[in-house]
Design a protein around this ligand. Structure first.
Ligand SMILES: Cc1cc2nc3c(=O)[nH]c(=O)nc-3n(C[C@H](O)[C@H](O)[C@H](O)COP(=O)(O)OP(=O)(O)OC[C@H]3O[C@@H](n4cnc5c(N)ncnc54)[C@H](O)[C@@H]3O)c2cc1C
Length: 465
């Protein structure tokens, strides 16, 4: 007899493992199927966590090299051990993936190891390393199979010299010349890591701007700072091909900057695409859109009763915290609750130096939609804590509806922007106005005072500028 569960989740990334834990908390008998040898999905294994570990290590090196003298701290000799950095990164990953295993045991979620295929609504076949298929029955199935790097036609990723983000997280040497194809956040974060460690980095981007979904003003400010750190940008430029010349990679470019670049390593990071290989969606009739994303309604239900989908495999930003929110929401819906995920209150962060963080609409989106808004801006140069810390790059920008003062978008470039955006996200979630932030007492001296000042600036009454 096949084992029977209330809910079976396919994929143990931040969407899937969180859905499984929440379902179990609500008393549902839950199993999570994962084909990778460890839990945590892209995020914990080859995404958010290893990239942030390397960003942190390389930032410490860069600070020790350049950033401590103004504090009167002298360092005799600054160097780094790449193998030790990689070992630390791997240890962080293992600690966190094992942490998810612990949470599964604690909440009595079954981890079924193997590749899942949906045989029919309510029936999943799991094939493990031994190759023996195991039948599972489930009242509900949640697809949380995530995404994979989008390949470029004609470019073979060998993960040694031509790498995806996965290879770029595990290089065993610092490349002398790194060419990054794609100016999205993944390329910029990984480009920053290797630039800080000494690589000459060139970012090639097809569009006329980096991280195109950012508010344009912040994207431009970020590009200026990264250029100052030594990263070269070739915008409006297309990759025409990668060949070999004189023992190096020869990167041929088309467009406004047509030329050839020599590179030791090329990172291809042109986006991610939903991953549904081998799931059997065609046979079961689960509908997908033209980009291959599983189509769901507001309650994450697909067109086939009893089958749901969340995370990178459906519409919306491909972000770990978005997948987590959806994991919680779908589990609660299966338990009879009616939670909603507000797509407009999902923050996004680029973990470069400085960080860039946003929630809500950009100025370009508001203009395109014909919404009347007021802008409040405040620079970190006028924030006392930024001064004491010695990091004064960047600003906070708040967009509020002209008539009602309702918060429409908050955009921060500067120190710790990724943490600061939480306040703005909470405010948006509560439907707050700029005045609500302006009237909230913020501790002094903190970076968060820049948010209050930007909120005051919406009404042209910032104090410290
Ligand atoms: C380099 C990099 C950096 C990133 N940094 C950030 C960041 O800082 N912040 C952020 O929010 N997001 C970041 N992301 C994106 C983030 O990793 C994803 O948005 C997130 O992991 C999506 O979660 P998910 O649960 O939808 O899918 P995933 O995490 O992709 O997990 C899906 C899992 O399903 C498994 N699976 C697939 N098919 C099957 C099958 N048939 N049977 C069994 N198992 C299957 C896969 O093995 C995988 O483990 C980053 C991504 C990358 C690549």
């Amino acid at each position: 007899m096949p084992e029977r569960f209330d809910v079976v989740i396919i994929g143990a990334g931040p969407g899937g493992y969180v859905a499984a834990i929440r379902a179990a908390q609500l008393g549902l008998k839950a199993a999570c199927i994962e084909s990778r040898g460890s839990l945590g999905g892209t995020c914990l294994n080859i995404g958010c966590i290893p990239s942030k570990a390397l960003l942190q290590s390389s930032e410490k090196f860069a600070e020790a090299k350049q950033g401590l003298a103004e504090h009167g701290v002298t360092v005799a000799e600054v160097g780094f051990n790449l193998a030790a950095m990689m070992e630390r990164k791997d240890k962080v990953v293992t600690t966190l993936t094992r942490g998810v295993e612990f949470l599964f045991r604690k909440n009595k979620v079954d981890w079924l190891k193997g590749k899942a295929r949906i045989a029919a609504p309510g029936r999943v076949v799991v094939t493990g390393a031994d190759g023996i298929p195991q039948d599972i029955e489930a009242a509900s199935i949640i697809i949380a199979t995530g995404s994979e790097s989008t390949p470029l036609p004609g470019v073979h990723i060998d993960e040694q010299r031509i790498v995806s983000s996965t290879g770029a997280l595990a290089l065993d040497h610092v490349p002398k010349r790194l060419v990054v194809i794609g100016g999205g956040y993944i390329g910029l974060e990984l480009g920053s890591v290797w630039r800080r460690l000494g690589a000459e980095v060139t970012v090639v981007e097809l569009l006329d701007r980096i991280v195109p979904n950012l508010d344009r003003e912040l994207g431009q400010a970020l590009q200026r700072t990264l250029a100052r750190s030594g990263i070269d940008f070739k915008l409006g430029t297309k990759l025409a091909g990668i060949g070999e010349a004189e023992g190096a990679l020869s990167v041929k470019l088309d467009g406004s900057d047509a030329q050839k670049l020599s590179a030791d390593v090329v990172l291809v990071s042109v986006g991610r695409r939903p991953y549904t290989d081998g799931l059997g969606l065609e046979a079961v009739g689960v509908a997908r859109d033209e980009s291959g994303r599983v189509i769901v309604d507001d309650g994450f239900a697909t067109n086939i009763p009893g089958i749901y989908a969340i995370g990178d495999v459906i519409r919306g930003p491909m972000l770990a915290h978005k997948a987590e929110e959806e994991g919680i929401a779908v589990a609660e819906r299966l338990a009879g609750q009616k939670p909603q995920v507000d797509c407009d209150a999902i923050p996004s962060v680029v973990y470069t130096w400085p960080e860039v963080a946003s929630v809500g609409k950009t100025e370009e989106e508001l203009k395109a939609a014909g919404v009347s808004y007021r802008t409040g801006k405040f620079p970190f140069t006028a924030n006392p804590r930024a001064r004491t810390n010695g990091y004064t790059e960047g600003f906070v920008k708040i967009l509020a509806e002209s008539e009602t003062d309702r918060l429409l978008g908050v955009h921060i470039i500067g120190p710790d922007a990724g943490t600061l955006i939480a306040e703005a996200t909470l405010a948006k979630e509560f439907g707050a106005s700029a005045e609500d932030i302006a009237r909230t007492c913020h501790a002094h001296p903190t970076l968060s005072e820049a948010l209050k000042e930007a909120a005051l600036a919406v009404d042209a009454r910032a104090i410290h500028i």
